[in-house]
Design a protein around this ligand. Sequence first.
Ligand code: PLP
Length: 477
Amino acid sequence: MAMPVDSTAELLARAAVHAGRYLATVADRPVDATATGDDLRRTLAVPLSEHGEDPGLILDALAAEAATGTVASQGPRYFGFVTGGSLPIATAADWLVSAWDQSAQLHVMSPLSSVLEAIAAGWIKELLGLPAAWSVGFVTGSQMATFTGLVVARHRVLELQGWDVGRDGLFGAPPIEVLVNAEGHRTIFTALRMAGLGAGRVTRVDTDGQGRMIPDRLARALDRVTTPCIVVAQAGNVHTGAVDPISAIVPLVRERGGWLHIDGAFGMWAAASPALRSLVAGAEGADSIAVDCHKSLNTPYDCGVVCCAHPEAHREALTLPASYLRPTDGERDARAFVPDESRRARATPVYAAIRALGRAGVRELIERQCALARRMAGSLAAHPQVRILNDVVLNQVLVRCAPPTGHPGSPSDFTDAVVAEVRREGTCWLGASLWRDQPVIRISLSHWATTAEDVDRSASVILAAVNHCSATPSGPA
Ligand SMILES: *Cc1c(COP(=O)(O)O)cnc(C)c1O
């Protein structure tokens, strides 16, 4: 491959060859990155040249580092965070997005991107059981989807009090009471900070043993609320996968005239499966919902959506008129629903993925992730030193490992030692976390290509790591 490339088509073909090779081998390499930052800088941190370098050789240089410098989250045995892979059709469509290089903010700037986004939005609402009249914004992920939802919520609850937050800001505005699932995702608190609602002044509503908001506690907290309020619930706790009892929460928020936002980054996809749908029953009664496409749906980074029951408020909260921004009648100007101005046509791979999967394909994709999580939990639970801490309702398995009796190390270090040993071994990758102040392993089944065989092989490796660490007084070297 070491030869100069002069035509665009040849350059793209060369990228395709590199990408094809990467994907063909990603399942067989160690899942963790093996290169350090220094290793990568040694070849990549070249002095900035005066006249630039050959594009084909630059691609070769990038590709040469990919197998060691990336984490194989595009492989079937990466179980970290909640990280979906990318379906081949979604990756391929994403290449077209880059090649077309459309600014997908206004219909007039890219009719194709605008139309595809509107269709993808419709399909997402259909799959999630949300009314067709809802508005949808395509953002980078659930962090921005929740931020956007809260900005719209802030606009709307203050508008109902006769306050125009867009014009007058929050200074002197009626206070907004915010109530959040006490185990809400970190990004909710970041979003609250960015939206000027403050992360420290919220009421954290108590949860049950799985991290679900307790409706009675919410009701009691709401009884003390005298001002406009925003409630943030969760569909899919990152540790347990648990979903808040949404149908009990909706009427409580409705009674107070509040706004209900649901962080449904991965859990909301339960709605696409008749077998799982009851977990998120009532979600259509929320005011806004954040959902990721780059997790469970397996489209490439980055893509999440904010779905909103109040399209007018959604639009008003995010857009200002400008003389050069003329709407196209009856067409979608995506810009109205997101904080961005210029933006990538990130709905295009979503369109392609959903069209390729169909309704049954999406359902199977989601159900398979959950079935594999149950399979993983079942295999691990057979070991006497392993405890599954959650009810495996979705795709998350939460694990703690205990040292054998008489083991000299600290019991609280044992779980982390198992994670380190698994990562070193290389077959799969697990997340380490603290849950309720105790070390845990988070195993997330989110990749479209993961098979039962991948799960069985990984479970064996994890159990071997438990045995290895049990026999090693100070944990892995
Ligand atoms: C991943 C996740 C987020 C953040 O989403 P991004 O796509 O990373 O911005 C928020 N909430 C939950 C429950 C998540 O799993």
